[in-house]
Design a protein around this ligand. Structure first.
Ligand code: SF4
Length: 232
């Protein structure tokens, strides 16, 4: 894998449209590249662009064992209708053993729960990759505001964010223009959807991610933080 001049690449890609960034990433890293998706409504533009620009790209889904049934059905529907090459990633110990050993860990130590069910499975899957694609946007959280389109992570893989400069309005313009399906729970107020125990619907005036880990200081699952939580 060739080492990138990150300053030069980011300057060039900062004004590029998401499909151009996807195409560049595929040309640069295929086949050692994959995308991740949580299969919520706002994931749809990136998934749709993948079907058009880089249809061979694998799409990782972090199957924590705590998703809404509607999310799993939405993922399956998009796989079938769009031909997405989805790979489910789970904790090595499996959902049953996790429940037996940790029970309701999301109530007592959500950082560790996310680490076991999301961060570690992705870390293992990324061991065979040079780059991964994620759909995060700068307008979603304060921690994402300073992200760059391409960055080098501690594990040596490049992280590429084609949607970084899009706004919530851009996402919905794209969904409406292409008449894309939306997550079945959107109509019940779930603007941003993660695991069922850690997601609630939002009300008018709240920002789209305020239903995630509501009532706690947690705003990220850890995939975008590059850190390890404390046990206990
Ligand atoms: S979002 Fe909640 S249930 Fe899902 S892995 Fe994180 S803490 Fe566990």
């Amino acid at each position: 894998m060739a080492e990138l001049d990150l300053a030069e690449v980011n300057q060039r890609l900062e004004s590029a449209e998401p499909p151009q960034i996807l195409e560049w990433a595929w040309q640069q890293f295929a086949p050692r590249i994959a995308a991740t998706s949580s299969f919520q409504s706002q994931s749809l533009p990136l998934l749709h662009m993948i079907t058009r620009v880089t249809p061979e790209m694998p799409v990782f889904f972090l199957d924590t064992g705590f998703h809404f049934q509607e999310t799993l059905e939405f993922r399956d529907r998009l796989m079938a209708e769009w031909g997405l090459r989805v790979q489910n990633l789970s904790a090595e110990m499996g959902h049953v053993a996790f429940g037996r050993q940790y029970g309701q860990l999301h109530n007592t130590n959500p950082d560790l729960c996310c680490f076991i069910n999301k961060v570690e499975p992705l870390r293992l899957a990324k061991a065979g990759l040079d780059a991964w694609i994620t759909g995060i946007r700068r307008d979603q959280t304060d921690t994402r505001r300073d992200a760059t389109i391409v960055s080098l992570e501690r594990d040596g893989a490049y992280k590429i964010c084609p949607m970084l400069n899009w706004t919530k309005q851009d996402v919905w313009r794209y969904i409406n223009r292409h008449e894309l399906p939306v997550h079945p729970l959107l109509s019940q107020g779930y603007m941003s959807i993660g695991c069922a125990p850690c997601t609630r619907p939002i009300v008018d005036g709240e920002d789209e991610r305020s239903g995630r880990w509501a009532g706690t200081n947690k705003t990220e699952c850890g995939l975008h933080l590059d850190s390890t939580p404390k046990k206990g």
